[in-house]
Write a protein of this length. Sequence first.
Length: 441
Amino acid sequence: MSENKYYNIITYGCQMNEHDSERLAGMLEEMGYQHTDELADADIILLNTCIIRENAELKVFGKLGELKQYKRENSDLIIGIGGCMMQQDEPVDEVYKKYRHVDLIFGTHNIHHLPNLIKKIEETRDRVVEVWDEEEGLIPDLPSQRESEHSAWISIIQGCDNFCTYCIVPYVRGRERSRPVESIVDEAKRLAEDGVKEITLLGQNVNSYGNDLDKEITFPKLLEELNKVEKLKRIRFMTSHPRDFSDALLENIKKLDKLANHIHLPVQSGSNKVLKEMNRGYTREYYIERVKKIQEEIPGAAVSTDFIVGFPGESEEDFEKTIELVKELNFDMAYTFIYSQRSGTPAARRDDQVEEEVKKERLKRLMDLQNKISYDKNQKLIGTTQEILVTGPSNNDPEVYEGRTSTNKICFIEKNEELIGEIVEVKIEAAKSWTLEGTVI
Ligand code: SAM
Ligand code: SF4
């Protein structure tokens, strides 16, 4: 056991990475380490990295440079780096050669080996590199040091088989592996007993859940099982691939009372030519039909999406198709990204890359339009009553508390510690593009 020893984990990227960091923290706590917010007090600092876009990588290298000072002050400090970036040869080489203060490099497939890797370093003080090229089935269930007491992530499927031509994820997270239904339901029950009110099921494509299992279990059936878990109040899931968003899933969202009224359905582009070249497996018309069906059949449901602008070969006409789609579908929210060349992916090898300036200009046009739509939609909520799960102080102002509506909108309320973890009714009094404000009734 490591007594009076402290750790800090710096996480980049998506919810999967944040959840992996909770599991890294869980293992460190089992080893006797305690969390500290102060890097200067830490005996172990881990970076959990992201490689989805170039700027994510640049941030990691910047942080690694900063960490050198802590190693100078404390030569016993262990600095480790893991996550998606470390599943690629080039960044591993660069870290190993140029950042000599890094003691440990590990990948996404062997996070469960962290305790052994740390013990090895503690005993030998050698630098350790352990990155597996391939996944060995599912990463086993691991202890988690959860960020929130009231909402929790549950990983239901690891990896991705889709190979969208711009995306690095299948190369760094491996093939799809579904977790057995019993293990997911057991975790949900344990979390609910511990006071968790809301769970978010995680996977790169949750709709593929079960395809690799022998049994007759599908994602909609998994939702039925989870809806039965007592004390649980809300179930969210992300991400859904539009191609696999079935009518059976839509019916269950309508039918199951605990399912949140929010669907994140990344479209990426409104142009059929671009969608085909992205290997997304659906057309613009199909996508529009799916979203309209959701909006018509689930009253009040919020739909959000992701866009990539400046995919290789994207013409002004293609981009206009995206703009038209946004106008037609009135999304509640959208994450908009500039296409980033990821080495090893088919799109990165194309010689018709879009100029940076053009990409930036398209991004701005798209963001301006979506912000206006989100603003108008949120303004219509003023005067309505919404249920929010109060999570605690907001990031920017500890005197203001926040929670999320079933439709996944952030809502600010007055500070009230007693409400943390409660689902309360709020009268909405103000609204911006990304947030609401209200008073608890
Ligand atoms: N699996 C999910 C899906 O298919 O929508 C999302 C996974 S990815 C972590 C989240 C988002 O990052 C994607 O929806 C896409 O918009 C964006 N993304 C992925 N690769 C990208 C790239 N090379 N450049 C810019 N954005 C990218
Ligand atoms: Fe990447 Fe496409 Fe898989 Fe999503 S579905 S993780 S975008 S390859």
